[in-house]
Design a protein around this ligand. Structure first.
Ligand SMILES: Cc1ncc(COP(=O)(O)O)c(C=O)c1O
Length: 379
């Protein structure tokens, strides 16, 4: 076999190693997806479309009515002034992120990310030959320090990647922090890649201000979103790329030359999702209850400390008082307590932490935290 390029061999699998289905007796507090089913109106739209023969090539960016529905949602909900033809519907938000990073970074460029960062953001930057520059966030809130972000900008910096609410930290950046990041991008003529997949999942009073909604922000921001987390559609692979129209046209060609488009019969379903936010409101109530449940149970374990997550469905748990580092804690929790958690030890900024997900059912959360508590009591 000829050589596989080094930069592809070295591509890491993100959290994949910790997401592998464990033996049946293990409680999983790892999974980053809702424990709900996709709302039936969305599924029915796809079934109807496939039965009606909607199985042929179509517009690469996504059907006009589909793009219009998502553009309208982004304009009305988040004040992002995107035109209908500024939308490209992609196979998952991940693919939209890759397109954005391909636009924003060339080989040799530097991309600023807040650390600890979701591994896919880092891997995608490396995939295009650029260098991720990781700015460690302040503990325990995991908000960015804007002076440190400013100090990290060099002539090679081409983009700042923002992910609020954040995976893995659960931090929701304030309007002032968003303004500060956009100001830096304007001052240094940088792209902003704004991963907004969790913006419907904010649990405190912070108002999400999209960078693209801030004056001077839209022309340099690629907004990434989609229904995966909000509508329990992770397996559907539908994502949204939103940007100024000339840029969306370039990304439309990028998609046209690679995967063409998302499956035609998923388009009517993705359109229903863009117009159907009632189910999301119900999901929110469940998340709020599960977050409280997890925090109450965590607060009852003296050697673990965690601050209230502000958004998404993840809790950063500081395990240093157990005398273990994050990797040892996760390995031993799996082996001895039969609980699967994600260690963040190897991510810059995540040393001493593990990530727990409260996107699980109540009884799973209860059982997982009970096992962790008993295991740690026996140490
Ligand atoms: C921050 C972040 N962005 C994007 C994604 C991917 O979304 P999708 O499933 O639509 O590709 C995830 C999924 O875990 C995520 O956590």
């Amino acid at each position: 076999m000829p050589d596989i390029p080094d930069h592809l061999v070295s591509l890491k699998g993100g959290f994949k190693a910790f997401l592998a289905p464990p033996p049946a007796d293990v409680v999983r507090l790892t999974v980053g997806e809702p424990a709900f089913d996709t709302p039936s109106a969305i599924s029915e739209a796809a079934i109807t479309a496939i039965q009606a023969g909607d199985t042929h090539y179509t517009r690469g960016e996504g059907r006009e009515s589909l793009c219009a529905a998502w553009a309208s949602h982004l304009r009305n909900r988040w004040n992002i002034p995107v035109q209908d033809d500024g939308i490209v519907v992609t196979p998952g938000a991940k693919q939209a992120l890759l397109y954005a990073i391909m636009v924003a970074a060339e080989p040799g460029d530097e991309v600023i990310l807040m650390a600890p960062s979701w591994p896919t953001h880092v891997e995608q930057v490396e995939l295009v030959g650029a260098t991720p520059v990781l700015i460690k966030c302040q503990k325990p809130s995991f908000h960015p320090n804007l002076d440190e972000v400013a100090a990290a900008i060099t002539p090679r910096t081409s983009a700042i990647l923002i992910n609020s609410p954040n995976n893995p930290t659960g931090a929701v950046y304030t309007p002032e922090e968003m303004q500060g990041l956009v100001d830096l991008a304007i001052k240094h003529d940088l792209w902003i890649i704004s991963d907004e997949i969790y913006t419907e999942l904010i649990w405190n009073d912070t108002e999400h201000v999209a960078p693209a909604a801030i004056e001077g922000g839209f022309e340099r921001t690629m907004t990434i979103t989609g229904p995966s987390k909000t509508h329990a559609m992770t397996g559907w692979r539908v994502g949204i790329f939103a940007a100024p129209t000339p840029l969306a046209k370039v990304v439309g060609r990028l998609q046209g030359n690679t995967c063409s488009h998302i499956p035609a019969f998923l388009m009517p379903a993705a359109e229903v999702a863009a117009e159907n936010w009632e189910a999301v409101a119900e999901f929110r109530d469940d998340y709020i209850r599960r977050r409280s449940l997890m925090m109450d149970l965590l607060n009852g374990i003296p050697s673990l400390s965690a601050s209230e997550p502000e958004g998404a469905f993840y809790v950063m748990v500081d395990v240093t008082a157990t005398g273990m580092d994050g990797t040892t804690f996760a390995a031993r929790a799996m082996e001895e307590a039969k609980v699967q958690v994600i260690p963040l030890e190897t991510l810059p900024g995540g040393e001493g932490f593990v990530r727990l997900s409260y996107a699980a059912e109540d009884d799973v959360i209860e059982e997982g935290l009970k096992r962790l508590s008993e295991w740690l009591n026996d140490q």
